[in-house]
Design a protein around this ligand. Structure first.
Ligand SMILES: Cc1ncc(C[n+]2csc(CCOP(=O)(O)OP(=O)(O)O)c2C)c(N)n1
Length: 667
C-alpha cells in the first residue's frame, strides 16, 4: 500500500492543547506498531491467529481516551487500542496472546478473550453480541448506585445483526441506562458486506426504533471520536440514557490474517488507505508544527523497544504446566458454605411457592445489593406470584420488570455481578431459558474459569410437568445445563429445602440454576422455619431408609417414589432426594447402594443423555461389586412432552416406575 503524503481528514483541534495532541499521537501509534510486529510474528509462525484492527485504531484509542479510567469498557476483537490505552503492560498482553501464566486467563482463552477489572475492561466471548447485555448490567449498577458513570461497549456492524444487539439496546432504552453502544462499522462481517447484513440506509437509523439518540461519526478521525464520546459520556453521566454511536471505518486487512481479502471490490483498500487514521493524524500534527520526523522516529523507537521488551519477557516465561486440580478448582469462586441455622424454632405451614417467596424476601433484606429481574415480577408479582408484594417492600429499582429479553437480562445479571452486585433472574417458565441459553452456558458458566471473575447470578426456573401445559411450558430443562461445567444446579422437592437452598444459592457467589416445580408450587405444604436459614448445596437427603433397594431421584420424582412406597409397605427402600444436581452428592448415593445392592434411578426428564445416564455410569464404576442386579433407570419418554392429560401421564416416568421397581426387587 502506498504511503500517504497528503492529508485527507480534517481535524478540529479546538478542544486540545499541543501536549494533548502529541499524547494522542503516541497513543494511536502504539497499537499500529504492535500490529506491524504481529504481522511479522505471524509470518514467522510465532503466533497462530491475528484479528487485525489496522485502520480502526482511532476508534479504540479515541473512545478509551474519552472515557474515565474507572468506567468500564467492553471491547471486541479489533480493539487492541483499548488495551494499550488503558496501559496494560505489554508483557502481560503478549503473555495472554501466547497462553502464558502471566496473561489474564492462565492459558485458557486466547487473544482478546479476557477481561480485567484492574483496568475496568470486560472482554468478549466469541459469540460477539452477548457483550452488549453485560454492558447493560454494569450501567444498571452505576445507575442504582448513583455513581454518575458511563459504560462503553463495542459491536461490529455484523455482530449487530444478532438478537443480543436488539435485546440489549431495547433494555438500555427502556431502563434509560447510561451505555454508549459503539458500533465499529467497518462495512464487512467476514466476507459479508453491510448490504447483506441490514437493510436500513444507514446504521444509525436503528436508533429510532429503540427510542435512543444515534450519531454517525468518522471513525478514522481520532479527534472527532474523542470529542463525540466525551460529549456523550458527560451528558449521560448527568442524565442517564443510552446512545448509539456509529463509527464509520474500514477493515483494512480482512477478517483475520489467514482468510484473505479476495472478496473486496477492486481498489477499496487503496481508497480507504487514504483515510488511514494514524498517518492522517501524523500529517496533521506535522502541519501544526507539533511533530517532526525526529520526534516520530524517537516515539517509534521507544514504542518498538517497549514492544520488544514485552515480547522478550513473555517469550522467556515458561510454558504452562497443566495441573488438573487447578483446572477444576478454578471453575468456581471459592465459597465454603457455612450453613446458617434459623434464629428461632418458629415454623409455619408453607406451600412450596410461599417458601420460595419467603427465602427470596429474606435474601433481599439480607443483601441490599441483590436485584431481581424478570417478566411481570414487579407490581404483578410474577406469573406464579413468587414476588407478590416485593415492590412495596423493596421498590422498583430492585424488583425490575423486564422486556421479553431473556438473553440481555441474564447478561445484565452478569453485568451487575461484575460491578459487585448480586442478581436473581426469574425465567417465567424454565422452557424460555432456551433463548437465554448462550449467556448461561458460555458466559455465566465459563467466566470464573476464564479470567477469575465470578458470576453471582441465580436463575430461577419454574419447571416441570403435571399441569397439562404442553411442549413449551412443561419441559424438564436441567440436563441442558448439567452437561456444562461451571454451573451449580439446585432442584429441591420440599418447601423447607426450597427456602434454605434458595437462600444458599443467593449467598453463593457462583452461578446457580434453581429449579422450582410448578406442579408442586401449590400442591405441597410443609412446616417451614420462619427465620432466614440456609441448606447445604451439594448434599443429598436420605428421606426414607430401608434394606432392599435404593431409589435415587429428585424433584417430582421424589413424590412419585413416596406415593409408590406408601402404596406397598412391603418395599424396604432407601429413598434419596438429590436436591442438588451439580455438584452431585455421589458419596451419599454410593453409600446407600453399597448397603442395599440394588438401585433404581428415577427422573421426570426424558431418558436420553440425562442425569440418570450419568448416575448409572458413576454407580456402575463405583458399586459394580456390590450390585445384586443391573442398575435400572426410569425416565420420561424420549419425545417432546404432550399437552393432553392422558398423553402427558403416559409420557411421564411415573407411568412405568412401579413396574420397573418391582422387576428390580424380584430380580
Ligand atoms: C454467534 C457467532 N456467529 C458467527 C461467528 C463467526 N464470526 C466471527 S467474527 C464474524 C464477523 C463479525 O463481523 P462484525 O461484527 O462486523 O465485526 P468485524 O469482524 O467486521 O470487526 C463472524 C461471522 C461468531 N463468532 N459468533
Amino acid at each position: 500500500m502506498e504511503t500517504l503524503t497528503q492529508r485527507n481528514i480534517d481535524y478540529d483541534r479546538s478542544n486540545f492543547s499541543d501536549n494533548e495532541l502529541v499524547d494522542i499521537y503516541k497513543r494511536i501509534l502504539k497499537p499500529r506498531l504492535i500490529e506491524e510486529k504481529m504481522l511479522i510474528l505471524l509470518r514467522q509462525g510465532k503466533i497462530s491467529k491475528w484479528f487485525s484492527g489496522w485502520g480502526q485504531e482511532a476508534i479504540s484509542v479515541g473512545t478509551t481516551m474519552a472515557m474515565n479510567k474507572e468506567e468500564v469498557i467492553l471491547p471486541m476483537h479489533r480493539n487492541l487500542g483499548v488495551f494499550t490505552t488503558r496501559d496494560i503492560p505489554l508483557n502481560r498482553l503478549f503473555a495472554q496472546f501466547q497462553g502464558k501464566m502471566s496473561g489474564f486467563t492462565k492459558g485458557r482463552d486466547r487473544s482478546f478473550h479476557f477481561g480485567t477489572m484492574d483496568y475496568n475492561i470486560v472482554g468478549m466471548i466469541s459469540h460477539l453480541g452477548p457483550q452488549l447485555g453485560i454492558a447493560d448490567g454494569i450501567a444498571l449498577s452505576s445507575l442504582l448506585k448513583k455513581e454518575e458513570k458511563a459504560t462503553l461497549v463495542f459491536s461490529g456492524d455484523g455482530g449487530a445483526s444478532e438478537g443480543d444487539f436488539h435485546e440489549a439496546l431495547n433494555v438500555a432504552a427502556v431502563w434509560q441506562l447510561p451505555v454508549i453502544f459503539t458500533i465499529e462499522n467497518n462495512q464487512w462481517g467476514l466476507s459479508t458486506p453491510s448490504n447483506e447484513q441490514f437493510r436500513c440506509k444507514q446504521f444509525i437509523d436503528k436508533g429510532i426504533g429503540y427510542g435512543m439518540d444515534a450519531f454517525q461519526i468518522d471513525g478514522n478521525n481520532i479527534l472527532e471520536v474523542i470529542n463525540s464520546v466525551k460529549q456523550i459520556a458527560e451528558s449521560i453521566r448527568e442524565r442517564p440514557r443510552p446512545f448509539l454511536l456509529e463509527c464509520l471505518t474500514f477493515r483494512m486487512r480482512g477478517h483475520e490474517e489467514a482468510s484473505g481479502t479476495k472478496y473486496y471490490p477492486e481498489g477499496i483498500q487503496e481508497e480507504w488507505n487514504k483515510k488511514d487514521p494514524v498517518v492522517n493524524f501524523e500529517l496533521f500534527l506535522k502541519e501544526e508544527g507539533l511533530l517532526t520526523e525526529e520526534m516520530i522516529a524517537e516515539f517509534k523507537k521507544d514504542i518498538k523497544e517497549e514492544i520488544q521488551n514485552g515480547l522478550d519477557i513473555a517469550g522467556e516465561e515458561p510454558k504452562i504446566v497443566p495441573d488438573t486440580a487447578t483446572e477444576i478448582k478454578d471453575l468456581f469462586k471459592e465459597h465454603n458454605q457455612v450453613v446458617v441455622a434459623p434464629e428461632s424454632e418458629n415454623k409455619s405451614e408453607k406451600r412450596l411457592v410461599d417458601a420460595i417467596s419467603d427465602g427470596l424476601r429474606q435474601s433481599m433484606e439480607r443483601y441490599p445489593e441483590l436485584v431481581l429481574m424478570g417478566q411481570d415480577i414487579a407490581d404483578y408479582g410474577g406469573v406464579f406470584k413468587v414476588t407478590e408484594g416485593f415492590v412495596e417492600q423493596f421498590g422498583k429499582d430492585r424488583v425490575r420488570n423486564t422486556p421479553l429479553c431473556e438473553s440481555a437480562i441474564i447478561g445484565a445479571g452478569l453485568g451487575l455481578s461484575i460491578a459487585g452486585m448480586k442478581a436473581m433472574v426469574e425465567m417465567q417458565f424454565s422452557d424460555f431459558v432456551s433463548v437465554g441459553f448462550n449467556q448461561i452456558v458460555n458466559n455465566l458458566a465459563k467466566l470464573h474459569w476464564r479470567w477469575g471473575q465470578n458470576a453471582d447470578v441465580v436463575v430461577r426456573m419454574p419447571t416441570g410437568a403435571g399441569v397439562a401445559a404442553g411442549p413449551f411450558h412443561s419441559q424438564s430443562t436441567e440436563a441442558w445445563f448439567f452437561h456444562t461445567p461451571g454451573l451449580k444446579i439446585v432442584y429441591p422437592a420440599f418447601p423447607g429445602d426450597a427456602k434454605g437452598l434458595l437462600s444458599a444459592a443467593i449467598e453463593d457467589p457462583n452461578p446457580v440454576l434453581f429449579f422450582e416445580h410448578k406442579f408442586l408450587y401449590r400442591s405441597l405444604r410443609e412446616d417451614v422455619y420462619d427465620d432466614y436459614y440456609t441448606t447445604e448445596i451439594g448434599k443429598a437427603a436420605v428421606i426414607k431408609e430401608g434394606e432392599d433397594v435404593t431409589i435415587v431421584t429428585y424433584g417430582l420424582g421424589v413424590h412419585w417414589a413416596l406415593e409408590t412406597l406408601e402404596k406397598d409397605a412391603s418395599i424396604s427402600a432407601d429413598l434419596i432426594d438429590l436436591r442438588t444436581l451439580a455438584p452431585l452428592d455421589m458419596e451419599t448415593v454410593i453409600a446407600s447402594v453399597k448397603k442395599t445392592g440394588k438401585v433404581i434411578v428415577l427422573h421426570e426428564d426424558v431418558e436420553i443423555g440425562g442425569i440418570g445416564a450419568e448416575l448409572v455410569t458413576q454407580l456402575n464404576e463405583a458399586c459394580f461389586e456390590y450390585l445384586d442386579a443391573p442398575i435400572r433407570r426410569v425416565a420420561s419418554l424420549n419425545t417432546p412432552i404432550p399437552f393432553e392429560a392422558d398423553l402427558e401421564k403416559n409420557f411421564l416416568a411415573n407411568a412405568r416406575f412401579e413396574t420397573v421397581l418391582k422387576e428390580l426387587l424380584n430380580y
